[in-house]
Design a protein around this ligand. Sequence first.
Ligand code: PHE
Length: 503
Amino acid sequence: MGSTDTDRAFFGQPRGLVGLFFAEAWERFSYYGMRALLLYYMTDRMLDGGLGIDSADARSLIAVYGSATYMAAILGGWISDRLLGDRRATLLGGVLIMCGHICLAIPAGAGALFASMIFIASGTGLLKPTISSSVGDLYARDDPRRDSGFSIYYMGISVGAVAAPLVVGTVGQTYDYHLGFGIAAVGMALGLIVYVRTQRHLSPLSDRPKNPLRLREVPRGRLAGVLTGIAALVAIIVVTVATGTLDAGGIVNVISVVAIAVPAAYFTVMLRSRRTTTVERARVRGYIPMFVAAVAFWCIQEQGATVIAQYADESTDLNALGFPIPASWFQSVGSLVLIILTPVFAVLWLRLDRSARPPSPAHKFAVGLAIAGLSYLLLVLPALGGGQSNPLWLVASLAVVTIGEMCLSPIGLSATARLAPAAFATQTMGLWLSSNAAGQGIGAQLVKFYDAGSAAAYFGLLGAGAVVIALLLLAVTPLIRKQTERKAPSGDRGAGTLSGVER
Ligand code: PHE
């Protein structure tokens, strides 16, 4: 098995990274392929093979679906840490995801769509945090290659994401929706094959739960309480859905609230816990404003699959290049830009980090969020013009938001790992994913206000809002720095030495 400093088989990186790179690339291919097609499948007329769902409802549903998917990562992280271990959780997750795509490959209407959503949300919740943490486990605690390892891994995500809309989206939109979803299922199957064939190169750490749950240690009362809680929740859901009290709109609202409540509760528990040291508590407090900025960022970036997909379809001149551009192709622009710019950013960060005044992660977050705001402000002009705008506006906006993503997303992974309290290190990957969940949960409410007629106001308000939050973050960066850079007094229990990615 891998996990040694001497393993440099893959561009100086451990061999295990190759398998994780390609397995995650295929998993993302299936996820983003499905997502590129979903809005069109849901809103298309039944006669044309769609489900005929109202487009505002569909946008909200897609947003809360994405939100639930990443929220499930906290639970997935817990299951891996305490019960299954990363390797088994990743495998199980992959199988569930594949089942989810197969549900959509069969033309079986709305029921199959909801079954698919449940499979994919739970599968992704298991796979995404565990595969990321397996990347971290490839490196010894102080291995300087870990950051670049994560950048390479993030590029794998983009390789899958760029190919997906072009293949799944094009086949689905031009031939048949279910054929498109079928290709997503094949993609996930290929990811599983890659994973199974390369898993022997993973760290032994990925093979067992990090903090195994021993039933004997769990107080009887607590176990009963948790089981009762779960049973009550399931009963409430079944009864409200069956009686029609909770319709699609209601579910959207519930998930939006839960998506904000879950990370808020998680932070409260971390801050209150006796297992969090004083220094760690300060670090968590410093991390919170950055988390809020990440929520705002994902709220805008993830609208690429909802509002921007609709703008591409309705308000863009898709014949401007002399041939009909499938609207789903716009979903690939961001990932393509990310792949092209990754080497540029690698050099940029190296230079900046070595400069006299290296930017803190909070600075990079603020810049990333402000840039996301600009990507929306850029769309005000063409939207004001009304009618069908030139597709280059959309391409430019998507390129800009991706530059913001490069300032925020990979930096977020390492900042989360570094600032995690030791006692909570195991679930930090899930917490980071939940920033995206909260962003999409808020997005699910905002996208309801979008329509082609008022697009300029929508883009203007949201863009300006993002810039304002970025400026606020910038204003508090000195405070954040003070909190996050506090040194542990001697005798303080190993705070900050255990990172979330290595557990
Ligand atoms: N492009 C990222 C990915 O698919 C989006 C993301 C970021 C999702 C952070 C969750 C959390 O991995």
